[in-house]
Design a protein around this ligand. Structure first.
Ligand SMILES: CC(=O)CC(=O)SCCNC(=O)CCNC(=O)[C@H](O)C(C)(C)COP(=O)(O)OP(=O)(O)OC[C@H]1O[C@@H](n2cnc3c(N)ncnc32)[C@H](O)[C@@H]1OP(=O)(O)O
Length: 389
């Protein structure tokens, strides 16, 4: 069983992910963090941080920075110390490396040669240099020098949504094009010690982590391509009056962000309207959002998933995949929803379901970022990639 591809619409033809090998357990992270940042004297703050870590429902996280690097970099473990050179040096290497690993998996999943890629959209929330991570990726993957590149720095957690929307436009308007989207994130720029007067930093230290995600997007699949999802529509909205909710600035001591207590509240108050808008735009008359839709929601934090779920009156299992990715990876910024999509199609295949979208045809992908900005992608799951499905 499966659904047919409709004409020239962009489809997702391959997905890949990558994480660094250094794994931190969340249950012991407060001890590790306060020890390595020489902050054990801040007893009350440490207890508060341990409580936040527990409430995240994250189990483990992956970190590009090694234990040795963290312990030998006092300018990084301080709350604020000039450290941009050191941070940028690490990001210069990490962002393309991790992105290339995810891209190799996506290309293998797609099944065609890297030389068939025509466009590259590279996105990261951290780092900034020219020639950039997109340029490095061309070298690492030996992509054609004529690959048309788009580099998005300081993209935010909604970066995958932006990149996919751009890739959709490219794929649908350039006959035969195959767009490689890479979202690569490491928290190297923003890892810092605790401060009593900056709780948003502490929340971020408890949830943000490293991962890369890559996808291949193209229209009009050829015989040997087996698309997973069709991208029916892709849109962006700002939630009015929320620009102070998530703010990230680059200083000489790295990226400093503020996370307001009410991020989840604002997202959940607006999500129903955005769902309706996306469905109406496609003239989709779904009545039961539990029975008829699959959900790929950015795991920004436990509270965001909880509140989105309750405001849309979704059954708990509808957010299972986002929760699993959050538990196993934390919030990996822009790459997170790609990891969720990958997990969903793997789980669907394992369970023998007919589509990569938990057996359903229609689904919504949401990524959230500063602004607050919401990227909404309406997906149509085509078929499972299991050869005999
Ligand atoms: C949306 C985007 O732009 C993209 C992104 O992904 S950015 C990241 C967005 N994610 C977030 O902002 C995190 C969302 N928050 C959460 O998931 C949850 O609040 C959490 C897991 C961090 C904590 O769980 P919780 O159920 O709220 O725990 P709770 O016991 O109420 O709070 C723990 C403490 O942290 C404080 N706290 C939580 N979030 C805070 C924040 N953003 N700023 C300051 N303090 C905060 C609480 O006030 C509380 O303090 P006290 O101990 O003094 O009471």
């Amino acid at each position: 069983m499966g659904f047919c591809v409709s004409g020239t619409r962009a489809t997702i033809m391959g997905i890949g992910t990558a994480v660094p090998t250094n794994v931190l357990q969340q249950s012991s992270f407060s001890d590790y963090y306060f020890e390595t940042t020489n902050s054990n004297h801040m007893v009350d703050l440490k207890a508060k941080f341990a409580n936040i870590c527990e409430k995240t429902m994250i189990e483990k996280r992956h970190l590009y920075m090694s234990d040795e690097f963290i312990r030998s970099s006092p300018s990084i473990t301080a709350y604020n110390s000039p450290s941009l050179n050191l941070r940028q040096g690490l990001a210069d290497a990490a962002i393309p490396q991790l992105g290339a690993e995810a891209a190799r998996h996506a290309i293998a999943d797609w099944g065609r040669q890297a030389s068939n890629i025509t466009h590259l959209v590279f996105c990261t929330t951290v780092s900034g240099c020219m020639p950039g991570a997109d340029f490095e990726l061309i070298k690492l993957l030996d992509l054609p020098l004529s690959t048309r590149r788009f580099m998005l720095y300081q993209a935010g957690c909604h970066g995958a949504g932006i990149s996919m929307r751009l890739a959709k436009d490219l794929a649908e308007n350039n006959h035969g094009s195959r767009v490689l989207v890479v979202c690569s994130e490491v928290i190297t720029m923003a890892f810092r010690g605790p401060s009593k007067s900056h709780m948003g930093n502490l929340v971020g230290q408890a949830i943000f982590d490293d991962a890369a995600g890559a996808i291949i997007i193209g229209a009009e699949p050829t015989g040997n391509e087996r698309p997973l999802f069709e991208m029916v529509s892709a849109s962006q909205d700002i939630i009015p009056g929320t620009e102070e909710m998530v703010v990230s600035k680059l200083y000489e001591d790295g990226i400093v962000y503020t996370l307001h207590r009410d991020v989840a509240l604002h997202i959940s108050r607006n999500i129903e309207g955005l769902v309706k808008k996306a469905l109406e735009r496609a003239s989709l008359l779904t009545k039961d959002w539990n029975e008829e839709l699959f959900w790929v929601v950015h795991p920004g934090g436990r509270e965001i998933l909880d509140k989105v779920e309750s405001s849309l009156v979704l059954r708990k299992e509808k957010m299972d995949v986002s929760r699993k990715v959050m538990a196993q990876h934390g919030n990996t910024l822009s790459s997170c929803v790609i990891v969720v999509m990958d997990e969903m199609r793997k789980r669907s295949r394992k369970r023998g379901l007919p589509t990569a979208g938990e057996g359903l045809e229609w689904g919504l992908l949401f990524s959230f970022g500063p602004g607050l900005t919401v990227e909404t992608t309406l997906l149509r799951a085509l078929h499972n990639q299991e050869p005999n499905a």
